[in-house]
Write a protein that binds this ligand. Structure first.
Ligand SMILES: [Zn+2]
Length: 301
């Protein structure tokens, strides 16, 4: 015999209650139905919530995306502006490089970039971002190359400036030119003799100026020859000598600047009258000092 389940229902209308007899199968069916309903409901609720969260996120992404698109456009404009500024700056750079005697980096390098694989955008819509990135990287590389070149220009200008400031270029004293560089009759013996410098006659005490920057190499006093003599090392293989001095105002090892008073004209040593004997030597070989005097140049840079 099938077992049945008896449910007694009490209410105000039915005194003593009402019996409800249900088969076990029916109860099972009802139970399964309610369970299925609850599972379905939970499932739908879950998806409903998920859908709404996704919709919310989607709206957020759309807003963000629109914002980013605007930003990319603005960055594209700024990059284009930067690009033309780099062009202006390149013209100034080439002028400076030419002035310094440095080969400027070719303009074509601007569009060469960094090489390697060109990045593929995840979607076609993102191509402007990849292009922008590529453009910025090219400009960055071009600026880096120019920075390295600027370093070369700076070094070259510094070197040139050093050479310029250390090359004798002015008349060391205001005097009358009495004897030149080369063969001449010796004023004492009358015999032909090589004169290694120039002579500038001037009253005793006339100031003598350093013709370029350098370091005092030595101060020497001899009875004959140069008399009281001063030698300056200009550091680029050039030395200068000053003979027959009455006074030396600097000491060995001291740095001197072009235009600085270093000594005074005298009549010491093998001299026939107050004058400065001035020599310029390259690697200790005497050269004509007149080639190291720029006419009308001021004493100071
Ligand atoms: Zn002389």
């Amino acid at each position: 015999m099938k077992r049945r389940i008896l449910i007694k229902i009490f209410s105000d209308e039915t005194k003593g209650g009402k019996d409800l007899s249900l088969s076990k199968g029916l109860v099972k069916f009802i139970f399964i139905s309610i369970s299925l309903f609850l599972i379905s409901f939970t499932f739908l609720l879950y998806h409903f919530i998920n859908y709404n969260v996704a919709r919310y996120k989607l709206n957020q992404y759309v807003t963000e995306n629109n914002y980013l698109k605007k930003k990319v456009k603005a960055l594209e404009q700024k990059t284009a502006l930067l690009d033309s500024t780099i062009d202006d700056y390149y013209h100034k750079y080439t002028a400076l490089a030419t002035y310094a005697g440095v080969q400027p980096v070719p303009y074509e390098l601007k569009n060469i970039g960094i090489g390697g694989q060109i990045e593929e955008p995840p979607t076609k819509d993102l191509k402007p971002v990849v292009d922008l990135d590529e453009k910025i990287r090219k400009l960055e590389k071009f600026v880096d190359i120019q920075m390295a070149s600027f370093q070369k220009i700076e070094n070259k200008l510094e070197r040139d400036n050093y050479i310029r400031s250390h090359t004798p270029s002015i008349l060391p004293c205001n005097g009358r030119f009495t004897s030149g560089f080369g063969m001449r009759h010796d004023p004492f013996t009358g015999r032909m003799h090589f004169h290694y410098g120039i002579d500038l006659a001037a009253p005793i005490g006339t100031p003598i100026y350093a013709p370029a920057d350098g370091i005092v190499k030595r101060v020497r006093r001899t009875k004959g020859g140069y008399g009281l003599m001063l030698e300056i090392d200009h550091g680029i293989g050039i030395t200068t000598r000053y003979g027959h001095l009455s006074m030396v105002l600097v000491r060995p090892g001291q740095k001197v600047k072009r235009g600085q008073i270093i000594a005074r004209v005298g009549n010491t040593g093998r001299s026939t009258g107050p004058h400065l004997h001035y020599e310029v030597r390259i690697l200790n070989k005497p050269v004509n000092p007149l080639n190291y005097i720029i006419p009308y140049q001021s004493f100071f840079d």
